[in-house]
Design a protein around this ligand. Structure first.
Ligand SMILES: [Zn+2]
Length: 568
């Protein structure tokens, strides 16, 4: 491609709304443009990389024996109502209505649609197992789109759905798919780690996420030297108990005018944050539940939902909090809180002389003792595990890192086949629900993850397998006929060898062209200039390492082709 004819709009400045390196560079290097919040158009360079990632995904999926299909973006509400997800999915499910008043969803995932296809076509155990996948646009009505394509409202995903006669067969495909994901991310030159994950709105019994290590990732991953790895949502672990060792004191109310946060109350009363126990009111299936955790810890809402046997829990609105506790937000406490279920984290049980809200405006209670001054309905593990807690497997200290979730695999079991009545006839002649797995991989997210791991202060440094072009030929001064002739010839020769090359033939200053070359980041840059021509050479520079070499003009196309072959 000749740059002078290409749409590669580069920018010197970072876009004002971008927080992460990949978001900044995808805009600055002209890979994409924002249409509206969380929705992007992909320009030629961005689209070429997306297509290359797609090709890798497709090759590895096909290699496992999975079959590619294509399902509609639009799916009728009736299907989602069959599984109950029309209600459970919440505001992230993008709903649209047609002219006749019929409701539809823009698919964030396709379990319902694929199960509908399969229940109408599959009869016998002899047809099992099989695995169907698609690469397609997905929608999620994010409350706060951010990080560019990482948390977008419209994005591209590969999703696969496997159907089985029994659990052993599901286990085998699950393993094969996790292996395929490893090969895909290896080919994309990503450093990643598979971790145990929460099942969330998709459901099922087991789930793994593939996390790409990145400081700007929005997921926290908990790991241990023993090999334990899980997302913080999923991670188990023991919180070291904290007790003051004091004798239980007399419970007393204290005035805390306008002090609503842990920090404010802690500073005002001169008490360490861990001795302040937070009371958070949640709405669970329409009823309020008060949840207690230590002031220095956070609640894990996935664990809380599981502990309460519910699919989703949401923090209660200020109105509900006020009605339930009789106090404005910030002053809820368990003492005298009648007629509402109270769940306390295990770490609260051994404590004494804690500080809690007084269920009155501007009042807290001190010297409160669990078991004496209030009795929770249950103690449960509802705390978000973090670095330093004890590993659930070996007891050693847990560590953590940040990552971008690029794919997730689920053992769904019969969650969808039972609710949608998708059955097969087994060998003994009885109808049984199909056992399912599903396997998602974010294509546009993977592109962002690659950039997060392959960049420097000057721009992107693409790995060859996913680079928009393998080589950039940079003609230093196109007004020089010698330079132009040599660069034109090299470009033609590389194209004839089917090496994808970007040829910067623009009439721009060398400074602009070298800066742009670093920014768009093709793996190999070939510089053609008058100085080199006098020496009988062109200059080769590997973007990722900065390694430079001189290539004799005679035989240059073959030599360059050789260098390209060896690039990472
Ligand atoms: Zn461990």
């Amino acid at each position: 491609m000749r740059w002078s004819k290409a749409l590669i709009p580069t920018h010197k400045e970072d876009p004002s709304d971008a927080e992460t390196t990949s978001h900044k560079l995808m805009i600055r290097a002209g890979l994409m443009r924002k249409l509206t919040s969380g929705v992007y158009s992909y320009l030629p360079l961005g689209w070429r990389t997306i297509r290359k990632v797609e090709t890798i995904v497709r090759e590895e999926m096909d290699h496992t024996g999975a079959q590619e299909i294509h399902m509609p973006v639009l799916s009728p509400a009736e299907l989602w109502k069959e599984t109950g997800r029309w209600d459970v999915y919440g505001a992230e499910l993008w709903r649209v209505r047609d002219r006749n008043g019929r409701d539809f969803a823009l698919g964030p995932t396709h379990e319902e649609v694929v199960t509908d296809i399969v229940r109408n076509e599959i009869r016998s155990y002899r047809e099992l197992p099989f695995n169907l996948y698609q690469i397609q646009t997905k929608f999620r009505d994010e409350i706060r789109p951010r990080f560019g394509v990482v948390r977008a409202r419209e994005f591209m995903m590969k999703d696969a759905y496997s159907f089985h006669r029994d659990e052993d067969s599901l286990d085998e495909t699950y393993r094969i798919m996790c292996d395929a994901y490893s090969r895909i991310f290896d080919r994309c030159s990503l450093t990643y780690r598979p971790v145990e994950a929460a099942t969330g709105a998709i459901g099922g019994s087991h789930s793994h996420e593939f996390m790409v290590l990145s400081d700007t990732g929005e997921s926290e991953v908990i790991v241990c030297d023993c090999g334990y790895a899980a997302t913080d949502e999923r991670a188990e672990g023991k919180v070291a108990p904290m007790t003051s060792g004091e004798e239980p004191g007399e419970m007393k109310p204290v005035d805390t005018p306008g002090m609503k946060t842990i920090e404010e109350v802690s500073e005002f009363l001169g008490v360490e944050p861990w001795r302040l126990v937070k009371t958070i009111v949640y709405e669970v299936d329409g009823r309020p539940v008060a949840v207690l955790v230590r002031g220095d810890r956070e609640i894990n809402e996935s664990k809380l939902a599981a502990a309460l046997g519910s699919e989703v829990v949401e923090p209660a609105s200020p109105e509900v909090i006020e009605r339930t506790t009789g106090a404005p937000v910030g002053f809820a406490g368990p003492v005298g809180l009648d007629g509402i279920e109270i769940i306390a984290d295990h770490s609260v049980e051994p404590m004494a002389n804690i500080v809690v809200g007084g269920n009155r405006a501007d009042v807290h209670m001190t010297n409160v003792c669990p078991g004496r001054d209030f009795e929770p309905n249950a103690y449960r593990d509802v705390v978000l595990v973090r670095r330093g807690d004890a590993c659930p497997r070996c007891g050693g200290p847990l560590d953590s890192f940040r990552g971008i979730e690029v794919s997730q695999a689920f053992k769904l079991g019969t969650k969808y086949s039972e609710s949608m009545n998708a059955t097969f006839l087994d060998e003994d002649g009885t109808a049984k629900p199909l056992i399912m797995g599903c396997y998602g991989l974010g294509v546009t997210r993977t592109v962002a993850a690659i950039i997060e791991q392959h960049n420097d202060e000057n721009g992107i440094a693409w790995p060859k397998a996913v680079a928009p072009y393998s080589v950039e030929i940079l003609a230093v001064n196109v007004k020089s006929e010698d330079v132009r002739n040599l660069a034109d010839w090299l470009y033609r020769e590389l194209c004839d060898r089917r090496i994808d090359a970007l040829y910067d033939d623009r009439n721009e200053s060398p400074g602009v062209k070298f800066k742009d070359a670093d920014l768009v980041g093709m793996p190999l840059r070939i510089t053609v200039g008058d100085r080199g021509i006098k020496k009988g050479i062109v200059e080769a520079r590997v973007r990722a390492t900065g390694e430079e070499s001189e290539v004799p003009i005679e035989g240059a196309p073959d030599r360059i082709a050789k260098i390209v072959e060896t690039l990472p």
